[in-house]
Ligand binder design. Structure first.
Ligand code: S3P
Length: 427
């Protein structure tokens, strides 16, 4: 599906942001591992989370949709899953394949998990290594790094593991496996990645202590609960940047998750001079949330380096667009992890924004962007990556004339409501 986006005059209004994808995956998996019935509200209904539901169904979990975004999960208990009759399909979702590998590693049956063409190019050695150390029989079927992954579940042993890359997916795979062990599993991080698992484990009664850089998790059973999923900051950020860049704009985004391990993008934009006002709400199931108010702003360039990246890992493409409109040279470094996402995001964002006339250079570990540069509408594409599709759409709002984005359906991976929500804000 192609999408045509025209230059916008202003953005105004208040909208609710749909549930966070990262937290939704965790809620589904942990509620399935719990004892008892959990109610999850405001779950993301994006394609990636539907992949997690489908895999959990194949493992015998019972997940019912009660209303649009309200789901009831009947927990199986941590060892209560059954052997799937088919190869599990994680679709496009790195979180699904990596988190479920941590679970499958400790269950007493054989399984195989794979995904779509893009997922089959994403590195899995990062979970195979620590899970093997825990005693799992886990390997990449075709070679050493890429899906499909074949797993023969074992009785796992606890380990102490220092993370070689900052990755919440890898950390969570080890933590899930840690719940299936007898002893204490210790994880040491160099840079803090998102801590949704730590928070939700605590909320669901796990025996965990977590204070960066160290997490200790003891084997044990989770209990069911009511979980409310905050709005996804990684979705909200597209409208935040849109309102900053489109003149005469003023918007409010309600119910957005404001976990500090995710809000690096807001900190960076504020440093660039953005008019962003945050009104905190009550914390729900250990996750802070609130309203974000944004109005059009004049931006300045910024330096972003390795230590900043984990808290804005998914927001670099849209921050790169903001940098094309900022005064001066923005330098982003230490961001080589972006090459292992749904696309090689350093390459794709450079290619995509260059087509619209931006001054952007791809570096081995980052980007250099000169601004401000007027953008001109033209034909571009999603590169099969939801975050690139949405970044190009926001670029289209400030580009002269019309911007055509090919394969725009990629947005459904994280934010199927994107175009409807955007239309509500365009004046
Ligand atoms: C995620 C962690 C990040 C992020 C991804 C979701 C998660 O990946 O990019 O979109 O839900 O834990 P890494 O753990 O590979 O950095």
């Amino acid at each position: 599906m192609d999408k045509l986006i025209s230059a916008a005059k202003s953005l105004k209004g208040t909208i609710d942001i749909p549930g966070d994808k990262s937290i939704s995956h965790r809620a589904l998996i942990f509620a399935s591992m719990a004892n008892g019935i959990s109610k999850i509200q405001n779950l993301s209904t994006a394609a990636d989370c539907m992949s997690t539901i489908s895999c959990l169904n194949y493992l015998g979990a019972k997940i019912d949709r009660q209303a649009n975004s309200t789901f009831i999960v009947e927990g199986k208990g941590r060892f209560g899953f059954t052997q799937p009759l088919n190869i599990l399909d994680a679709g496009n979702s790195g979180t699904t394949i990596r988190l479920l590998s941590g679970l499958l590693a400790g269950l007493s049956f054989e399984s195989e998990i794979t995904g779509d063409k893009s997922l089959r190019k994403r590195p899995m050695k990062r979970i195979i290594d620590p899970l093997s150390q825990m005693g799992a029989k886990i390997s990449a079927v075709d070679n050493k790094n890429y899906p499909p992954i074949s797993i023969i579940g074992q009785k796992l042993k606890s380990i102490s593991y220092t993370m070689p890359v900052a990755s919440a997916q890898v950390k969570t795979a080890i933590m899930i496996a840690g719940l299936l062990c007898n002893g204490t599993t210790t994880i040491i991080e160099k840079y803090q990645s998102r801590d949704h698992t730590e928070r939700m484990f605590k909320y669901l009664g796990a025996d965990i202590s977590a204070a960066f850089p160290k997490i200790e998790i003891r084997g044990g059973q989770l209990t069911s609960a009511e979980i409310f999923i905050p709005g996804d900051i990684s979705s909200a950020i597209f409208f935040v940047v849109a309102a900053l860049l489109v003149k005469n704009s003023n918007i409010k985004l309600k119910n957005v998750g404001l976990n500090p391990t995710r809000t690096g993008c807001l900190t960076a934009l504020k440093k660039m001079g953005a008019n962003i006002n945050i009104i905190p709400d009550e914390t729900r199931n250990e996750e802070p949330l609130g309203t974000i108010e944004v109005s059009s702003s004049k931006l300045n360039a910024i330096n972003i380096s390795a230590g900043d990246i984990p808290s804005m890992i998914d927001e670099i493409p849209i921050l790169a667009l903001a940098a094309t409109q900022a005064e001066g040279k923005t330098i982003i470094s230490g961001a080589e992890e972006l090459r292992f996402k749904e696309s090689d995001r350093l390459k794709a964002i450079t290619d995509g924004l260059k087509r619209l006339g931006a001054s952007i250079i791809e570096k081995p570990d980052g980007l250099e962007i000169d601004g401000p540069t007027p953008l001109i509408g033209t034909e571009t594409e999603s590169f099969g990556d939801h975050r690139l599709a949405m970044t190009m759409a926001i670029a289209g709002l400030i580009a002269e004339g019309e911007t055509k984005i090919n394969n725009f359906e990629a947005v459904n991976i994280s934010f199927p409501e994107f175009i409807n929500n955007l239309q509500m804000l365009i004046n």
